[in-house]
Structure formats: structure tokens, C-alpha cells
Design a protein around this ligand. Sequence first.
Ligand SMILES: Nc1ncnc2c1ncn2[C@@H]1O[C@H](COP(=O)(O)OP(=O)(O)OP(=O)(O)O)[C@@H](O)[C@H]1O
Length: 265
Amino acid sequence: MRAILEVRNLAKAFGAFQVLEDVAFQVQKGEIVGLLGPNGSGKSTLLNIISGFIAPDKGTVMLDGRDVTSVPTFRIVNEGLARTFQLPIMPQKMSVLEVAMAADTTMHGVLPTLFRGAGFCKAERDTRERAMQLLDELLLTRVMHLPASAISGGQKKLLGIVCALMARPRLLMLDEPTAGVHPNLRQDIVRALHRLNDQGMTLVIVEHDMHFIREACNRCIVLDQGHIVASCKPEELASNERVVQAYLGASVEEARAQIMQKEVA
Ligand SMILES: Nc1ncnc2c1ncn2[C@@H]1O[C@H](COP(=O)(O)OP(=O)(O)OP(=O)(O)O)[C@@H](O)[C@H]1O
């Protein structure tokens, strides 16, 4: 079976600081993969390279067998990969619903927007319907007419997921989806992600919350100082020496407890 995502020998340095080195892994269609690692281990940089926001110094990113290394982000979205951000920034003057609708990449085009023919109006109705359905799934219906900049940090996170889903990705990458989200909502996010996965979507999730990782993911890839040190099932993390070392605090026992407990923040 062909991997939906294959990363080969990626390297990236910022100045003299080598952030990623010789990073290689595959994600198969239908997997939910957690991307873990201590602060500063290079997770967001890896996501930024895969999604086209920054170019690697070396290496290749293959999406469904096509080389998308350094391809502009909007093209990568059209190829079926969407992502969310750790700290989503929302426009001041658009409502939550408008922001969700604007994320539909099939709606763009100056001429259809100016002339608003029958086809455009039907497409706009479909987009509105889809946006409202996704806002409902991510529990944002109540705030859909508020300015997007006025909703809470956790709700912005959820809106970021809605926006990514509006592009109908086959592969969705989430950067810390639960950070700043109320614990009660985390279970809803897990359920929403499993529903998406049941519909055929592949997911890669950068996350520090081990409880969430255990509930949401089938496999984990662990980064430490820019190197992949493990690829294993969530339940194997605490017994993996390389993972324990990566999270090592004062002692092995402490690190193990950190991995086992509900949150590593
Ligand atoms: N544009 C940049 N210029 C210089 N250094 C950078 C840049 N972006 C990231 N870094 C550095 O690269 C390292 C890895 O950062 P990155 O954000 O990828 O880590 P992370 O694993 O996502 O961390 P966290 O879990 O804290 O979000 C950090 O030391 C960071 O300071």
C-alpha cells in the first residue's frame, strides 16, 4: 500500500541551530498518528515544512506519491493536505460563520464572485450549509454570528479545525488541537476526529496531552532534538527507553510518570 505521506531525510537549520536532521517516516492512509516530543524538539518546524510554509534545507516530502517539497501552501491544500495552527489568528471584521465559509477553497474566483450567477449562488448555499454543519460538529453553532476575533482561545482552535476541514483534506495535520481547550471539550474533539477518520481521513496530530494521544491515536512518532527516536503504539510509549530519555527530567521514573500521566504540558 502506498503511504499518503512520506518524509525522506529532511533537514532544517535556523542559522547555526540544526532543528531537524535526517527525519524520515511514513504515514499510511487511514492512520491517526501522534507527533510527540519535548518543547523545541522540532514538531512545528516539521509541520511547517510538510505543509509548505517553510522550505527544508534537504530532503523530500511526498504526498500520495507526488513530490510536494517546497510547493506553495495553497497548492498543497489543493492536493489534499490541510493543517491547523498552535495559535490561530482570526480576522477582526468577519463572523465565525464567514471565516468558516471563506476557508472553502472551491469558492474562490473573482469573476464568479462579481457576477454571482445561479451556479455561484448554489455553490455559496452549499458552502454555507457545510460550514454550519462543521461548526455544529465542533460545537460552535452558538457563536457563529460573533466576530471571529472575539471568541475564546479554545473556540479559535476549534474554528481552525473547521477551516481546515472546509478544504476537504484527505490528510489533516493538527498542531496542538487541545492546548487552551476546556477539558470537557477534549472528548468532543476526540469523537469528531474519530468520525473524520471513519470517513477515510488520515490525521497527524502534534500534541502534548498524553491522555488525548492515547484516546485519539493508533501510532506515535517521537521527535527529540530534531531526530525521530521512536515510532510505536501509544501504550508502548512509557516502556520505550528512547522516549523516556527524550522526556527525561530528574530521573527515569519521573519521566515515565510524566508520560503515563494524563497531561504532559
Ligand atoms: N523561524 C525560526 N528562527 C529561528 N529558530 C526557530 C525558528 N522556528 C523555530 N525555531 C527554533 O527551532 C526549535 C524547534 O522549534 P519548534 O517550534 O519546531 O519546536 P516544537 O517541538 O514544535 O516545540 P513546542 O512543543 O514548544 O511547540 C526551537 O528551538 C525554536 O526556537
